[in-house]
Write a protein that binds this ligand. Sequence first.
Ligand SMILES: [Zn+2]
Ligand SMILES: [Zn+2]
Length: 468
Amino acid sequence: MQQQEGETQERIHWADVCAAQVDQDKSHYIATGITPSGPIHIGNMREVLTGDLVHKAMVERGLSSEQVYIADDFDPLRKVYPFLPDSYAKYIGMPPLCDIPCPCGKHANYAEHFLEPFLQALDEMDVHPTVLRSSELYRSGRYADEIATVLNRSDDIKEILERVSRRTLPDSWVPYYPICSKCGTIANAEILSHDPETTSVTYRCPCGHEGVSDYSKGGEGKLVWRVDWPMRWHNLGVTVEPFGKDHAAAGGSFDTGKEIVDKIFGGVAPFPVKYEWISLKGKGAMASSTGVAISINEMLSIVPPDVLRYMIVRARPERAINFDPGMGLLTLIDEYARLAESHDSREYELSAISSVATDIPPFRHMVTVVQIAQDKDTIFDILARSGYDVENKEAVLARAERARIWIEKYAPEMVKFTVQTDLPSEVFAFTEDDRYGLGLLLSEYIAMDEWKAETIHNAYILWERRPE
Ligand SMILES: [Zn+2]
Ligand SMILES: [Zn+2]
């Protein structure tokens, strides 16, 4: 009996396990969040897709669930990232990202520059959360009551943080950062007094300025991250939240957040879904701040969105993913194609997007075809010759384009080739037997769809039996 339970457990997908573990009696609100300080990469994507999968599993279970994506565009710029011009040095520490100019000049601000392509990618991946922006939440004044509570109970919060995270905070520490109205920096000013009547604090900035910050309107300041997070759970009613392993460490921000939401706000921490990093093969954990990252949009120019979903679906969140955009990506695409053929696995159900065509030639085959074909029409000729009856021409051309980009950017040298337009002179010395042998190799290759020892062996056997 014991063993039977274990076996059943193994077959249940991790998203369904989460859906079964959350409170079955309440309406759920799943929150995910990313700071749009650089191109949003496939490591960040794990956060939103993890949330999406748990959301789908809960809805299928009959629970009420809504998913929300919070863009932390009220954070300051931390440094001049490798992808920014040096002129951005003047914005460091200056809040918030939503007030810094966009690098290309076409977006409303810095944060939107990175958010726009990301939100578009989410749509393509069939993830449709309600999108909230931290700047709007702060500026609307909806956090005013919680900020007043935080300022009134600053000492209790400090005690929790010091005890749970085992660190010492300065005597003057207050979990609220006013934005200096003179120099525009955040996080440096010392709080001098708090007046709940006027919902404001007075502060002294290292620049010498002494000013007043009204926390009820205009977003004149923000809470420190470790307090902002539990405040958000309470204010928005977050019940489920995926987050990276850095927050999950003992004494980390989830541990302190749990106690703060309970003791300061009288709330409950969300059901945690901890996930591991996605690293880039041979280069380490993905982070846009170090440039070790592939943006989701770049990835979507190569793989269809359902394959990206599958990458997150197939690995339990606590398992690290070592992403190889070269041959590893081909293997992933093949694996998903096999899954799609049977149509009945839970992993397929959670990955599939109805608008994505599946009845098209395998990606691996397209990698060969686009290297032989001179133009679009030849692609269809070659496919017809290799036995593919193409109906959805548009989808085939889209896949061909993806294969072309993959070859250009990520394919190892061994899969790249060019077809010679002129015959090398040796060809003219081929005997009848040689030409017959080459024909056999080609037809075996087309039949098997890849070069294996078996392909060559079969051709050789046929060649030995060649007619006199
Ligand atoms: Zn822009
Ligand atoms: Zn200042």
